[in-house]
Every structure is written in C-alpha cells, then in structure tokens.
Design a protein around this ligand. Structure first.
Ligand SMILES: [Zn+2]
Length: 252
C-alpha cells in the first residue's frame, strides 16, 4: 500500500509566502493597468468632444458653443450645477453633436474617486454623476463680462490651436494650494496669477495615476485641444493651456 505524502508545515509556509510575494508584485501592476484602461476611456470621451466640436463649428460659422450651456440649458449656477439632479436631461447645443451619449460625458476615474472620497461641493461620496468634463470658459470671453455672452470664433484665436484645450477633466475638489472653486459646473475658469485676486480658481484635475490617493495634485488630468489631439495636463498648467490670446503669455 502506498501512502500519499502530505505537505509539511514548512512547505505550506513557503507556498503561502510565494503567493503573498506574487500578490504584492502583481496587485500594483493590475492597479496601474486598470487606471491605464480608465484613462484610455477618458481620452476617447474627450476625443469625441473634440470631434463633435469640429462638426459644430462647421455648422455655426466657426463660432464656439457657449461654455455656459453647451450641455445643459437649465441653470448651471444653482446648487453647483445640474449634474447632481438626475431629472435634468442634457439639452444644450452640443448634445446632439455628442450623439446624445451620456457615457461620453463621464471620466471613469472620477467616478471611482468621487465614490471613494468625500468632499464638499459636487465631489461627494455616492454622487450621481451626469458629466465630469468642463469646457474652456475663455472660448466664451466670460472674463470680460459674463452678461455679454460674446463667444470667440476660430479665426479670433491668437495662439496655436494645439496649445489651447477645449474640454478637460476639471478638478472638483477644493484645494488650499490652488483650486478654491471646488465645483464642477461644465465651465473651466482659471485665473492668471497677476490678476486682482488671481491665482487659481478652477483647475485641471489631477486624479489620473494619482499615487498618494490625494486627488488634488500628484496625478494628471486629460484634455482635448483645439487641433483635436488629447493630452495629459497638470493643474499648474490650467491658465496657459486655456488662454486663447497672446497677452499675459509672457507673464506666466
Ligand atoms: Zn479623466
């Protein structure tokens, strides 16, 4: 009669140690791989925004959509915007050009973080997300007079379209360092440091590839530029990559 040999305790411990090492090696790699996948979806979404803008401009004599209401025509200012209110359906002028695709309006990384962290404003745990991208407000000249409603045309840009973004991941968290407007209202408004009360208001997000689980500043955001390319950006670049004119550029 043959007797099956059982594992010894030492052998079991060795196997368990090897498994633990493998998990510790593979888990971070899997986490990074998942984040790469989410960032890729985000970039694809922003690419869709860029493509819809191209067609929109052809239909509208090269004039950009209004940064205030391209997605929603309901009041965006009340209660930090309509994205917390599922009853508000997108109805803005760009919505048909986006193919009325709600999923294209949401960055999957933001969804993960918004449900993992609590913050004030709209970035609250369990928030129902309708959109997470914001349009470059300077394409709408709102820094001069919000009530004028003057919207730029393509021909009025003074800088290369490759250097100016149209839509981006916008940080929805307040940060004592630079983002003092902790909301996400479809409108991205950075302030030049030289302006009265200047510094940062809205900023690019930094929650892709964040390492310290601090969504404020150690990762990158994604943005689509007016030439159609999608790139990664950091909060400190918000003004220089949204400002469409030449003035102020030598004062960065
Ligand atoms: Zn994103």
């Amino acid at each position: 009669m043959t007797r099956k040999r059982a594992f010894t305790l030492v052998e079991l411990l060795v196997v368990m140690a090897i498994i633990a090492v493998l998990i510790s090696v593979l888990l971070p790699a899997m986490t990074v791989a998942r984040e790469h996948a989410r960032s890729l979806v985000c970039k694809t979404n922003l690419k869709a925004y860029g493509q819809s803008l191209t067609i929109y401009l052809q239909d509208n004599e090269g004039r950009y959509p209004n940064p205030r209401d391209y997605l929603y025509t309901t009041s965006w200012a009340g209660e930090y915007g309509p994205w917390r209110f599922p009853e508000h359906e997108p109805s803005g002028c760009l919505w048909p050009y986006l193919g009325e695709q709600a999923d294209a309006c949401k960055c999957p990384t933001f969804e993960v973080l918004a449900n993992a962290y609590y913050s004030g404003g709209t970035a609250r745990k369990g928030a129902i997300l309708r959109y997470t991208y914001s349009m470059n407000a300077y394409l709408g000249h709102i820094w001069e007079d919000p009530d004028k409603g003057y919207i730029l045309k393509e021909t009025e840009l003074e800088r290369s379209p490759a250097t100016i973004c149209s839509w981006a991941d916008e940080a929805a968290w307040q940060s004592a360092d630079f983002a003092f407007v902790g909301i996400n209202d479809t409108l991205l408004v950075a302030q030049h440091k030289c302006w009265p009360g200047g510094g940062y208001a809205d900023v690019f997000a930094s929650y892709h590839f964040t390492k310290s689980k601090n969504p404020y500043r150690d990762g990158v955001g994604n943005a689509v530029f007016l030439d159609g390319h999608v790139g990664e950006v950091i909060p400190e670049e918000t003004f220089e990559k949204t400002w469409p004119l030449r003035k102020y550029m030598n004062e960065m």
